[in-house]
Design a protein around this ligand. Sequence first.
Ligand code: ZN
Ligand code: ZN
Length: 470
Amino acid sequence: MMAINWKEEVKKREDEILRDLDTLLRVPSVREDELATEDAPVGPGPKEALKTMLAIGERDGFQTKNIDHIVGYLEYGAGDELMGILGHVDVVPVGTGWESDPFIPVIKNERIYARGASDDKGPTMAAYYAIKMIKEMNLPISKRVRMIIGTDEESQWQCMDRYLATEEIPDFGFAPDAVFPIINGEKGNVSLRVQVKGEQKQDAANFLHSFDAGLRENMVPQDAHALLSVQDVATMEVAFERFLNEEPVTGTFVFHPENETVELTIVGKAAHGSTPEVGVNAGTYLAAFLNQCQLTGQAKQFVQMITEKVHLDFAGEKMGVAHTDEVMGSTSVNAGIITFTEKDHGTLGVNLRYPRGIAVETIEIRAEQELSPYGATIARGKEKEPHYVPADDPLVQTLLDVYHRQTGNEVFEQTIGGGTYGRLLKRGVAYGALFPDSIDTMHQANEFISLDDLFLTTAIYAEAIYELIK
Ligand code: ZN
Ligand code: ZN
Protein backbone atom coordinates (compact mmCIF):
# COMPACT_ATOMS: atom_id res chain seq x y z
CA MET A 1 0.00 0.00 0.00
CA MET A 2 1.21 3.46 -0.86
CA ALA A 3 2.19 5.62 2.08
CA ILE A 4 -0.60 7.96 3.06
CA ASN A 5 0.12 11.67 2.78
CA TRP A 6 -1.69 12.86 5.88
CA LYS A 7 -0.85 16.51 5.35
CA GLU A 8 -2.41 16.35 1.86
CA GLU A 9 -5.53 14.75 3.29
CA VAL A 10 -5.84 17.57 5.81
CA LYS A 11 -5.31 20.17 3.08
CA LYS A 12 -8.38 18.92 1.23
CA ARG A 13 -10.46 19.53 4.34
CA GLU A 14 -9.15 22.84 5.67
CA ASP A 15 -12.33 24.81 4.94
CA GLU A 16 -14.49 22.13 6.51
CA ILE A 17 -12.35 22.03 9.65
CA LEU A 18 -12.53 25.81 10.01
CA ARG A 19 -16.28 25.86 9.51
CA ASP A 20 -16.95 23.24 12.20
CA LEU A 21 -14.47 24.79 14.60
CA ASP A 22 -16.10 28.18 14.11
CA THR A 23 -19.49 26.70 15.02
CA LEU A 24 -18.08 25.11 18.19
CA LEU A 25 -16.18 28.22 19.26
CA ARG A 26 -19.37 30.31 19.09
CA VAL A 27 -20.87 28.39 22.01
CA PRO A 28 -20.06 30.26 25.26
CA SER A 29 -19.40 27.11 27.23
CA VAL A 30 -18.27 28.48 30.58
CA ARG A 31 -19.45 26.59 33.66
CA GLU A 32 -22.29 28.50 35.36
CA ASP A 33 -23.41 26.91 38.60
CA GLU A 34 -26.13 29.47 39.16
CA LEU A 35 -27.80 28.35 35.92
CA ALA A 36 -27.26 24.61 36.45
CA THR A 37 -30.27 22.33 36.30
CA GLU A 38 -30.75 18.59 36.42
CA ASP A 39 -30.37 18.31 32.65
CA ALA A 40 -27.63 20.94 32.44
CA PRO A 41 -25.46 19.92 35.41
CA VAL A 42 -22.80 22.60 34.89
CA GLY A 43 -24.96 25.14 33.08
CA PRO A 44 -26.43 25.64 29.60
CA GLY A 45 -23.20 26.59 27.78
CA PRO A 46 -21.24 23.38 28.31
CA LYS A 47 -24.39 21.38 27.56
CA GLU A 48 -24.85 23.22 24.26
CA ALA A 49 -21.20 22.72 23.27
CA LEU A 50 -21.51 18.98 23.84
CA LYS A 51 -24.70 18.90 21.76
CA THR A 52 -22.95 20.82 18.99
CA MET A 53 -20.02 18.42 18.86
CA LEU A 54 -22.27 15.35 18.89
CA ALA A 55 -24.44 16.85 16.13
CA ILE A 56 -21.35 17.21 13.95
CA GLY A 57 -20.56 13.56 14.63
CA GLU A 58 -24.08 12.45 13.74
CA ARG A 59 -24.02 14.46 10.53
CA ASP A 60 -20.87 12.57 9.54
CA GLY A 61 -22.31 9.15 10.36
CA PHE A 62 -20.66 8.39 13.69
CA GLN A 63 -22.33 6.48 16.44
CA THR A 64 -22.90 8.98 19.28
CA LYS A 65 -24.13 9.02 22.85
CA ASN A 66 -25.01 11.89 25.16
CA ILE A 67 -24.76 10.87 28.82
CA ASP A 68 -26.84 13.15 31.06
CA HIS A 69 -25.79 16.24 29.07
CA ILE A 70 -22.47 16.35 30.88
CA VAL A 71 -20.32 13.99 28.84
CA GLY A 72 -20.72 12.22 25.53
CA TYR A 73 -18.85 10.29 22.90
CA LEU A 74 -18.69 9.45 19.26
CA GLU A 75 -17.25 6.20 18.05
CA TYR A 76 -15.90 4.57 14.93
CA GLY A 77 -14.59 1.13 14.03
CA ALA A 78 -15.04 -2.46 15.14
CA GLY A 79 -13.18 -4.82 17.40
CA ASP A 80 -12.77 -5.62 21.09
CA GLU A 81 -10.08 -3.13 21.88
CA LEU A 82 -11.01 0.49 22.42
CA MET A 83 -8.84 3.55 21.98
CA GLY A 84 -9.97 6.73 23.75
CA ILE A 85 -9.43 10.37 22.78
CA LEU A 86 -10.32 12.51 25.79
CA GLY A 87 -11.02 16.15 24.93
CA HIS A 88 -13.20 18.87 26.42
CA VAL A 89 -15.50 21.58 25.10
CA ASP A 90 -15.97 23.67 28.25
CA VAL A 91 -13.83 26.80 28.57
CA VAL A 92 -12.52 28.99 31.38
CA PRO A 93 -14.18 32.38 31.97
CA VAL A 94 -13.34 35.13 29.52
CA GLY A 95 -11.59 37.62 31.82
CA THR A 96 -10.55 41.03 30.54
CA GLY A 97 -8.24 42.38 27.85
CA TRP A 98 -9.80 40.95 24.68
CA GLU A 99 -9.44 42.76 21.38
CA SER A 100 -12.38 40.89 19.85
CA ASP A 101 -15.49 39.11 21.09
CA PRO A 102 -14.18 35.86 22.64
CA PHE A 103 -17.18 33.96 21.26
CA ILE A 104 -17.09 35.37 17.74
CA PRO A 105 -14.01 33.73 16.20
CA VAL A 106 -11.77 36.00 14.16
CA ILE A 107 -9.05 34.85 11.78
CA LYS A 108 -6.18 37.31 11.79
CA ASN A 109 -2.50 36.82 10.94
CA GLU A 110 -3.13 33.14 10.20
CA ARG A 111 -4.51 32.61 13.69
CA ILE A 112 -8.01 31.90 14.99
CA TYR A 113 -8.81 34.03 18.03
CA ALA A 114 -11.54 32.85 20.41
CA ARG A 115 -11.90 31.49 23.93
CA GLY A 116 -11.24 27.76 23.64
CA ALA A 117 -9.29 28.00 20.37
CA SER A 118 -6.29 26.28 21.94
CA ASP A 119 -7.90 24.91 25.15
CA ASP A 120 -9.45 22.71 24.09
CA LYS A 121 -11.92 23.13 21.22
CA GLY A 122 -9.24 23.52 18.53
CA PRO A 123 -7.30 20.38 19.50
CA THR A 124 -10.57 18.49 20.04
CA MET A 125 -11.69 19.42 16.53
CA ALA A 126 -8.28 18.35 15.18
CA ALA A 127 -8.74 14.94 16.81
CA TYR A 128 -12.28 14.74 15.44
CA TYR A 129 -11.12 15.37 11.88
CA ALA A 130 -8.32 12.87 12.38
CA ILE A 131 -10.89 10.15 13.03
CA LYS A 132 -13.18 11.45 10.29
CA MET A 133 -10.38 11.20 7.72
CA ILE A 134 -9.62 7.59 8.69
CA LYS A 135 -13.33 6.86 8.29
CA GLU A 136 -13.67 8.63 4.94
CA MET A 137 -10.57 6.92 3.56
CA ASN A 138 -12.00 3.55 4.53
CA LEU A 139 -8.69 2.42 5.95
CA PRO A 140 -8.52 -1.13 7.33
CA ILE A 141 -8.66 -1.07 11.14
CA SER A 142 -8.96 -3.72 13.84
CA LYS A 143 -9.99 -1.65 16.85
CA ARG A 144 -12.54 0.95 17.82
CA VAL A 145 -11.73 4.58 18.56
CA ARG A 146 -14.00 6.64 20.79
CA MET A 147 -13.77 10.38 21.22
CA ILE A 148 -15.00 11.22 24.71
CA ILE A 149 -16.13 14.82 25.09
CA GLY A 150 -16.02 16.35 28.56
CA THR A 151 -17.81 19.51 29.65
CA ASP A 152 -16.31 20.12 33.11
CA GLU A 153 -12.56 19.78 32.63
CA GLU A 154 -11.82 23.30 33.81
CA SER A 155 -13.53 22.78 37.16
CA GLN A 156 -14.25 19.45 38.79
CA TRP A 157 -14.11 16.76 36.11
CA GLN A 158 -17.74 15.84 36.92
CA CYS A 159 -18.04 14.85 33.27
CA MET A 160 -15.38 12.15 33.44
CA ASP A 161 -16.57 10.95 36.85
CA ARG A 162 -19.95 10.44 35.24
CA TYR A 163 -18.41 8.66 32.24
CA LEU A 164 -16.27 6.32 34.32
CA ALA A 165 -19.25 5.39 36.50
CA THR A 166 -21.15 3.56 33.74
CA GLU A 167 -19.33 3.60 30.41
CA GLU A 168 -16.70 1.41 28.79
CA ILE A 169 -13.19 2.40 29.80
CA PRO A 170 -10.77 2.66 26.87
CA ASP A 171 -7.76 0.32 26.89
CA PHE A 172 -5.41 3.15 26.00
CA GLY A 173 -5.53 6.64 24.60
CA PHE A 174 -4.56 10.28 24.82
CA ALA A 175 -5.86 13.69 25.80
CA PRO A 176 -5.34 16.37 23.13
CA ASP A 177 -5.00 19.03 25.82
CA ALA A 178 -1.38 19.87 26.60
CA VAL A 179 1.89 19.87 24.66
CA PHE A 180 3.92 17.88 22.16
CA PRO A 181 5.91 15.72 22.09
CA ILE A 182 4.06 13.98 24.96
CA ILE A 183 3.21 14.01 28.65
CA ASN A 184 3.49 10.47 29.93
CA GLY A 185 3.96 11.31 33.60
CA GLU A 186 1.83 13.35 35.98
CA LYS A 187 2.83 13.86 39.56
CA GLY A 188 0.64 12.91 42.49
CA ASN A 189 -1.30 15.72 44.07
CA VAL A 190 -2.42 16.21 47.64
CA SER A 191 -3.25 19.15 49.88
CA LEU A 192 -2.56 19.40 53.58
CA ARG A 193 -4.43 21.70 55.93
CA VAL A 194 -2.20 22.72 58.82
CA GLN A 195 -3.74 24.39 61.88
CA VAL A 196 -2.08 26.14 64.76
CA LYS A 197 -4.26 27.00 67.75
CA GLY A 198 -3.64 28.66 71.09
CA GLU A 199 -3.65 32.11 72.65
CA GLN A 200 -1.61 35.27 72.28
CA LYS A 201 -0.68 37.31 75.32
CA GLN A 202 -3.35 40.01 75.57
CA ASP A 203 -0.75 42.52 76.79
CA ALA A 204 1.82 41.60 74.12
CA ALA A 205 3.80 44.46 72.54
CA ASN A 206 2.58 43.37 69.11
CA PHE A 207 -0.72 41.55 68.69
CA LEU A 208 -1.82 39.88 65.42
CA HIS A 209 -5.52 40.33 64.62
CA SER A 210 -5.63 38.83 61.16
CA PHE A 211 -3.56 37.48 58.29
CA ASP A 212 -4.87 36.68 54.86
CA ALA A 213 -3.12 35.39 51.74
CA GLY A 214 -4.13 33.27 48.79
CA LEU A 215 -7.29 32.18 47.00
CA ARG A 216 -6.64 28.52 46.26
CA GLU A 217 -4.20 25.89 47.41
CA ASN A 218 -2.98 25.36 43.86
CA MET A 219 -2.06 28.99 43.23
CA VAL A 220 0.86 31.03 44.53
CA PRO A 221 -0.61 33.97 46.55
CA GLN A 222 -0.17 37.25 44.73
CA ASP A 223 -0.76 39.42 47.78
CA ALA A 224 -0.98 39.15 51.55
CA HIS A 225 -2.44 41.33 54.29
CA ALA A 226 -2.04 41.48 58.05
CA LEU A 227 -3.63 43.62 60.74
CA LEU A 228 -1.81 44.18 64.03
CA SER A 229 -1.87 46.25 67.17
CA VAL A 230 1.65 47.61 67.52
CA GLN A 231 3.33 49.30 70.46
CA ASP A 232 6.25 50.91 68.62
CA VAL A 233 4.90 51.84 65.21
CA ALA A 234 7.94 53.81 64.06
CA THR A 235 10.35 50.94 64.66
CA MET A 236 8.14 48.52 62.82
CA GLU A 237 7.79 50.87 59.90
CA VAL A 238 11.56 51.16 59.55
CA ALA A 239 11.93 47.39 59.74
CA PHE A 240 9.22 46.91 57.11
CA GLU A 241 10.84 49.39 54.71
CA ARG A 242 14.14 47.56 55.12
CA PHE A 243 12.41 44.22 54.46
CA LEU A 244 10.85 45.54 51.25
CA ASN A 245 14.24 46.83 50.11
CA GLU A 246 15.95 43.51 50.69
CA GLU A 247 13.31 41.12 49.37
CA PRO A 248 11.78 40.71 45.88
CA VAL A 249 8.39 42.05 46.95
CA THR A 250 6.57 45.36 47.19
CA GLY A 251 4.18 46.45 49.91
CA THR A 252 2.51 49.13 51.97
CA PHE A 253 2.51 50.08 55.64
CA VAL A 254 -0.63 51.87 56.82
CA PHE A 255 -1.14 53.14 60.39
CA HIS A 256 -4.72 53.66 61.59
CA PRO A 257 -4.45 56.11 64.52
CA GLU A 258 -8.16 55.82 65.43
CA ASN A 259 -7.68 52.28 66.76
CA GLU A 260 -3.88 52.17 66.80
CA THR A 261 -3.56 49.33 64.33
CA VAL A 262 -1.13 48.73 61.52
CA GLU A 263 -2.14 47.22 58.21
CA LEU A 264 0.61 45.50 56.23
CA THR A 265 0.32 44.51 52.60
CA ILE A 266 2.85 42.57 50.58
CA VAL A 267 2.60 41.99 46.85
CA GLY A 268 4.47 39.15 45.16
CA LYS A 269 3.73 37.30 41.95
CA ALA A 270 1.04 34.70 41.27
CA ALA A 271 1.85 31.42 39.56
CA HIS A 272 0.35 27.99 39.16
CA GLY A 273 0.67 25.85 42.27
CA SER A 274 2.55 23.13 40.39
CA THR A 275 5.41 25.57 39.74
CA PRO A 276 5.74 27.53 43.02
CA GLU A 277 9.34 28.49 42.21
CA VAL A 278 8.06 30.58 39.28
CA GLY A 279 6.01 32.82 41.58
CA VAL A 280 6.82 35.04 44.55
CA ASN A 281 4.69 33.91 47.49
CA ALA A 282 3.43 37.10 49.16
CA GLY A 283 2.06 35.04 52.06
CA THR A 284 5.28 33.37 53.16
CA TYR A 285 7.16 36.66 52.75
CA LEU A 286 4.68 38.40 55.03
CA ALA A 287 5.00 35.56 57.55
CA ALA A 288 8.79 35.92 57.38
CA PHE A 289 8.49 39.61 58.16
CA LEU A 290 6.08 39.02 61.05
CA ASN A 291 8.49 36.41 62.40
CA GLN A 292 10.82 39.32 63.27
CA CYS A 293 8.05 41.24 65.05
CA GLN A 294 7.97 39.72 68.54
CA LEU A 295 4.52 38.23 68.35
CA THR A 296 3.43 35.85 71.10
CA GLY A 297 1.58 32.58 71.54
CA GLN A 298 0.15 30.80 68.53
CA ALA A 299 0.61 33.87 66.33
CA LYS A 300 4.35 33.58 66.94
CA GLN A 301 4.35 29.83 66.38
CA PHE A 302 2.34 30.15 63.20
CA VAL A 303 4.58 32.69 61.47
CA GLN A 304 7.70 30.99 62.79
CA MET A 305 6.56 27.63 61.38
CA ILE A 306 5.91 29.14 57.96
CA THR A 307 9.23 30.96 57.99
CA GLU A 308 11.33 28.01 59.11
CA LYS A 309 9.57 25.13 57.36
CA VAL A 310 7.83 26.50 54.26
CA HIS A 311 9.21 29.86 53.11
CA LEU A 312 11.27 29.49 49.89
CA ASP A 313 11.50 25.71 50.32
CA PHE A 314 9.70 24.66 47.16
CA ALA A 315 11.01 21.10 47.27
CA GLY A 316 9.78 20.41 50.80
CA GLU A 317 13.23 19.66 52.30
CA LYS A 318 12.48 21.35 55.60
CA MET A 319 8.99 19.92 55.79
CA GLY A 320 10.56 16.49 55.38
CA VAL A 321 8.55 15.62 52.26
CA ALA A 322 11.18 16.09 49.55
CA HIS A 323 11.57 13.15 47.18
CA THR A 324 13.06 12.79 43.72
CA ASP A 325 12.39 10.16 41.09
CA GLU A 326 14.91 9.85 38.26
CA VAL A 327 12.23 10.08 35.59
CA MET A 328 9.39 12.02 37.23
CA GLY A 329 11.41 14.67 39.03
CA SER A 330 10.96 16.14 42.50
CA THR A 331 8.26 17.01 44.99
CA SER A 332 6.96 20.58 44.85
CA VAL A 333 5.30 22.40 47.73
CA ASN A 334 3.05 25.43 47.41
CA ALA A 335 1.72 27.39 50.40
CA GLY A 336 -1.45 28.50 48.63
CA ILE A 337 -3.62 29.67 51.51
CA ILE A 338 -2.46 31.35 54.71
CA THR A 339 -5.05 32.76 57.07
CA PHE A 340 -5.13 33.81 60.69
CA THR A 341 -8.04 35.11 62.70
CA GLU A 342 -8.35 35.71 66.42
CA LYS A 343 -11.21 33.24 66.50
CA ASP A 344 -9.94 30.37 64.29
CA HIS A 345 -6.22 30.96 64.70
CA GLY A 346 -3.73 29.98 62.01
CA THR A 347 -4.51 27.88 58.95
CA LEU A 348 -2.00 26.98 56.26
CA GLY A 349 -3.15 25.19 53.11
CA VAL A 350 -0.29 23.58 51.22
CA ASN A 351 -0.52 21.76 47.91
CA LEU A 352 2.08 19.11 47.12
CA ARG A 353 2.95 17.49 43.80
CA TYR A 354 5.02 14.36 44.21
CA PRO A 355 6.65 11.74 42.00
CA ARG A 356 6.31 7.97 42.36
CA GLY A 357 8.30 6.42 45.21
CA ILE A 358 6.80 8.28 48.17
CA ALA A 359 3.44 7.37 49.70
CA VAL A 360 0.96 10.01 50.67
CA GLU A 361 0.89 8.53 54.19
CA THR A 362 4.64 9.09 54.43
CA ILE A 363 4.20 12.69 53.34
CA GLU A 364 1.63 13.24 56.06
CA ILE A 365 3.68 11.55 58.80
CA ARG A 366 6.85 13.46 57.95
CA ALA A 367 5.05 16.80 57.74
CA GLU A 368 3.50 16.06 61.11
CA GLN A 369 6.93 15.35 62.62
CA GLU A 370 8.31 18.63 61.36
CA LEU A 371 5.33 20.86 62.08
CA SER A 372 3.91 19.51 65.35
CA PRO A 373 6.67 21.17 67.43
CA TYR A 374 4.96 24.45 66.46
CA GLY A 375 1.69 23.20 67.89
CA ALA A 376 0.34 22.28 64.46
CA THR A 377 -2.20 19.62 63.57
CA ILE A 378 -2.58 18.30 60.03
CA ALA A 379 -5.55 17.12 57.97
CA ARG A 380 -4.97 15.52 54.58
CA GLY A 381 -7.22 16.07 51.56
CA LYS A 382 -8.09 13.56 48.86
CA GLU A 383 -5.02 12.58 46.87
CA LYS A 384 -4.47 11.88 43.21
CA GLU A 385 -1.78 9.28 42.82
CA PRO A 386 1.24 9.77 40.55
CA HIS A 387 0.59 8.57 37.02
CA TYR A 388 3.25 7.23 34.69
CA VAL A 389 3.18 5.33 31.40
CA PRO A 390 6.64 3.89 30.70
CA ALA A 391 8.57 5.33 27.79
CA ASP A 392 8.84 1.87 26.20
CA ASP A 393 5.07 1.36 26.11
CA PRO A 394 4.01 0.95 22.45
CA LEU A 395 1.53 3.81 22.93
CA VAL A 396 4.28 6.24 23.88
CA GLN A 397 6.61 4.88 21.20
CA THR A 398 4.04 5.24 18.44
CA LEU A 399 2.98 8.74 19.42
CA LEU A 400 6.58 9.93 19.57
CA ASP A 401 7.48 8.24 16.27
CA VAL A 402 4.60 9.87 14.42
CA TYR A 403 5.31 13.29 15.90
CA HIS A 404 8.96 13.03 14.93
CA ARG A 405 8.19 11.77 11.43
CA GLN A 406 5.84 14.67 10.68
CA THR A 407 7.75 17.51 12.35
CA GLY A 408 11.39 16.46 12.50
CA ASN A 409 11.39 17.80 16.06
CA GLU A 410 13.26 16.02 18.82
CA VAL A 411 11.25 13.71 21.08
CA PHE A 412 11.51 13.02 24.79
CA GLU A 413 9.31 11.82 27.62
CA GLN A 414 7.91 14.39 30.01
CA THR A 415 6.33 14.63 33.46
CA ILE A 416 4.27 17.59 34.68
CA GLY A 417 2.87 18.63 38.04
CA GLY A 418 -0.52 19.50 36.58
CA GLY A 419 -3.19 16.98 35.66
CA THR A 420 -4.76 16.04 32.33
CA TYR A 421 -7.44 13.54 31.35
CA GLY A 422 -4.53 11.29 30.35
CA ARG A 423 -4.28 10.14 33.96
CA LEU A 424 -7.77 8.63 33.80
CA LEU A 425 -6.58 5.69 31.71
CA LYS A 426 -3.94 3.27 32.95
CA ARG A 427 -2.29 3.60 29.55
CA GLY A 428 -3.21 7.25 29.06
CA VAL A 429 -1.05 10.23 28.14
CA ALA A 430 -1.46 13.79 26.90
CA TYR A 431 -0.36 14.49 23.32
CA GLY A 432 -0.32 18.04 21.88
CA ALA A 433 -1.51 20.34 20.74
CA LEU A 434 1.04 23.02 21.66
CA PHE A 435 4.31 22.69 19.74
CA PRO A 436 7.63 23.76 21.28
CA ASP A 437 7.51 27.02 19.28
CA SER A 438 3.79 27.74 19.81
CA ILE A 439 2.77 30.73 21.92
CA ASP A 440 0.78 29.42 24.90
CA THR A 441 -2.37 31.55 25.33
CA MET A 442 -4.46 29.03 27.26
CA HIS A 443 -6.66 30.71 29.91
CA GLN A 444 -5.48 34.13 28.71
CA ALA A 445 -7.04 37.06 26.88
CA ASN A 446 -6.86 36.83 23.06
CA GLU A 447 -6.46 33.05 23.14
CA PHE A 448 -5.66 31.67 19.70
CA ILE A 449 -4.50 28.67 17.74
CA SER A 450 -2.50 29.22 14.57
CA LEU A 451 -3.85 27.65 11.39
CA ASP A 452 -0.52 25.90 10.85
CA ASP A 453 -0.66 24.32 14.30
CA LEU A 454 -4.29 23.31 13.87
CA PHE A 455 -3.74 21.58 10.55
CA LEU A 456 -0.43 19.97 11.47
CA THR A 457 -1.98 18.67 14.67
CA THR A 458 -4.83 17.15 12.67
CA ALA A 459 -2.35 15.34 10.42
CA ILE A 460 -0.31 14.08 13.38
CA TYR A 461 -3.40 12.87 15.23
CA ALA A 462 -4.71 11.10 12.14
CA GLU A 463 -1.53 9.16 11.54
CA ALA A 464 -1.11 8.39 15.25
CA ILE A 465 -4.67 7.14 15.70
CA TYR A 466 -4.46 5.08 12.52
CA GLU A 467 -1.18 3.48 13.60
CA LEU A 468 -2.73 2.60 16.95
CA ILE A 469 -6.00 1.10 15.71
CA LYS A 470 -4.98 -0.50 12.42
ZN1 ZN B 1 -7.85 21.91 28.68
ZN1 ZN C 1 -7.70 24.72 30.61
